[in-house]
Design a protein around this ligand. Structure first.
Ligand code: HEC
Ligand code: HEC
Length: 472
């Protein structure tokens, strides 16, 4: 039986159809609604902010939201000359961004270990959700008449946001430690200072009275800021990643990047995303529940010991601990000073994030070292004119549920992923290869205990039923 509401909806649609032209049908309007400001955020509790963050992450942007970069436009300051788009529609390209209407399109898989897959907001993506950044000299229109479009660039597979608050906290504390060691070098000209934080070594630094010598710094940028987000390590915080993701994937220009009231991409829309809206996304993603671990039994227990003895744990550190459990959320952010301009704090030990307490801090069981490693020529990718073999250690938490593996998803099984390690990972990979088949199975069985959370954002999604169900 049709509900009363459904009948009214049909009547309303019929009467609108008679009154308005096709250009003005309701679903052409902006989808991002309500709009919120940083002032609104400051007056809200964590749950309300998270709900807004989840909403913005899941909103399919429309033309009136500022989707796309606009048609190729000489005044375009975001991507001078413009990104080529399908029929110059200004919206979609797929190669080199402009590849989706919503973040959710690529970040929606909770587990690929179930059939069918299970879904949530903020999960991983499959190979068809890959992104193609850093395209060099594209020739989409085949201007050279080769009979095909020419592209050269990177292909990368989307990771999840579960537990990213713990990762961000580690990055901030490690950055603070490294900045203090840098200051120590500056105060002691000529001395070589070891850059070690949380048991991870980043080489040495010295100061000659005028300049720093960073030639022995390893696994981190020369400014000694830990940037764990992005597979190459581009961003210290989720906010920084999201700023770029909005521009790259959707052509949505955050005001905090392009300026208030500025139409930087020439699509006729200004203030496409406010400071408060990015704050809501940042807080939603960094408060997401951490990945979990199944009980480690028999074979898996032997696998855990092997994982350490053959050197996997040198990079994939089972856990790192924080000194404090309150993640600072700041705006504007200052990379070298992560506690500047803090306007909100997330208690990482509490629901929904749920990290285990460790002293005044928390234990983050991430299976990584927040360090960049040379993974050898086989995994290197094109960036600009060069091949770049450096990647941040993949965090193995949740790995049982997140096939395919490696930065571009080239491995569909865990053992395939292990055997692809080269460079700094070669020796450990060779030790794995030399194990007998049962031992290899044990290592994989151990990694299969590392699961994504059961029901992340549960408190926000339970009430998210379709409107038409309201009368049931
Ligand atoms: C076309 C698919 C696609 C869309 C759409 C997309 N992403 Fe991603 N996302 C990716 C890929 C691929 C990566 C890996 C990027 C890298 O390593 O540099 C990624 C990485 C991330 C990361 C870093 C996670 C980490 O742990 O390193 C965050 C945060 C993120 N995306 C947020 C977003 C947000 C917010 C949106 C919407 C504005 C979005 N993504 C839209 C594919 C996508
Ligand atoms: C030198 C540091 C290093 C060592 C040692 C190392 N790994 Fe890795 N591992 C990495 C990096 C970096 C990546 C990401 C590579 C990429 O994305 O292409 C990775 C990726 C992985 C992945 C894929 C994860 C995913 O989500 O894509 C698995 C599984 C893995 N490693 C397991 C192991 C095992 C098991 C060992 C020991 C035999 C090991 N690793 C040794 C650095 C290391």
């Amino acid at each position: 039986m049709q509900s009363k509401k459904a009948v009214l909806a049909v009547l309303a649609a019929a009467s609108i159809g008679m009154l308005v032209s096709p250009e003005a049908i309701a679903d052409d309007g902006p989808r991002l609604s309500p709009r919120i400001s940083q002032g609104d955020i400051l007056g809200m509790n964590q749950r309300s902010i998270r709900a807004h963050g989840l909403r913005i992450f899941s909103t399919p942007f429309n033309l009136e939201d500022g989707l796309g970069d606009g048609p190729i436009n000489p005044a375009d300051t975001v991507s001078p000359g413009g990104r080529p788009t399908l029929g110059n529609n200004g919206i979609f390209l797929r190669m080199n961004g402009l590849d989706a209407q919503t973040c959710l399109e690529c970040h929606s898989v909770l587990s690929n270990a179930t059939i069918p897959s299970t879904f949530t907001v903020g999960g991983v993506g499959n190979v068809s959700d890959s992104a193609f950044p850093g395209m060099v000299d594209p020739d989409i229109d085949d201007s050279e008449g080769n009979g095909f479009a020419r592209i050269s660039g990177r292909m990368i597979n989307p990771p999840f946001s579960f537990g990213s608050g713990g990762v961000e906290m580690l990055a901030k504390e490690m950055t603070r430690d490294l900045q203090a060691l840098k200051a120590q070098a500056e105060a002691n000209p000529g001395a070589s200072i070891a850059l070690e934080t949380k048991g991870v070594s980043f080489g040495w630094i010295s100061f000659d009275g005028v300049n720093f010598d960073t030639s022995d710094v390893e696994g981190v940028d020369d400014d000694l800021v830990i940037r764990p987000f992005g597979r190459k390590g581009c961003c210290q915080t989720i906010r920084q990643f999201d700023q770029g993701a909005m521009q790259f994937h959707h052509g949505i220009q955050p005001s905090e990047i392009v300026g208030d009231g500025v139409d930087a991409d020439g699509d006729g829309v200004v203030n496409e995303l406010s400071v408060g809206e990015l704050s809501a996304m940042h807080i939603f993603q960094t408060s997401m529940e951490r990945p979990r671990q199944d009980r480690v039994r028999r074979g898996a227990r032997r696998g855990r010991d092997l994982f350490a003895s053959i050197g996997c744990a040198d990079c994939h550190r089972p856990s790192l601990t924080t000194e404090d459990r309150h993640l600072p959320i700041a705006f504007p952010e200052v990379d070298e000073d992560p506690w500047a301009n803090v306007f909100f704090e997330i208690d990482l030990s509490r629901s929904p994030t749920k990290f285990k307490r460790h002293g005044h801090g928390v234990r983050v069981e991430l299976f990584a070292d927040l360090k960049r490693h040379d993974m050898g020529p086989g995994l290197a990718e094109t960036t600009g004119d060069a091949l770049d073999p450096f990647f941040h250690t993949a965090r193995l938490w949740g790995v049982a549920d997140t096939a395919p593996y490696m930065h571009d998803g080239r491995a569909v099984t865990i053992s395939q992923a292990i055997l692809l390690h080269g460079g700094e990972g070669q020796a450990s990979r060779d030790e794995f290869d030399a194990l007998d088949a049962d031992q290899q199975d044990d290592v994989v069985a151990f990694l299969k205990t590392l699961r994504t959370p059961r029901n992340p954002s549960n408190d926000l999604l339970n009430g998210n039923r379709h409107h038409d169900d309201d009368d049931d």
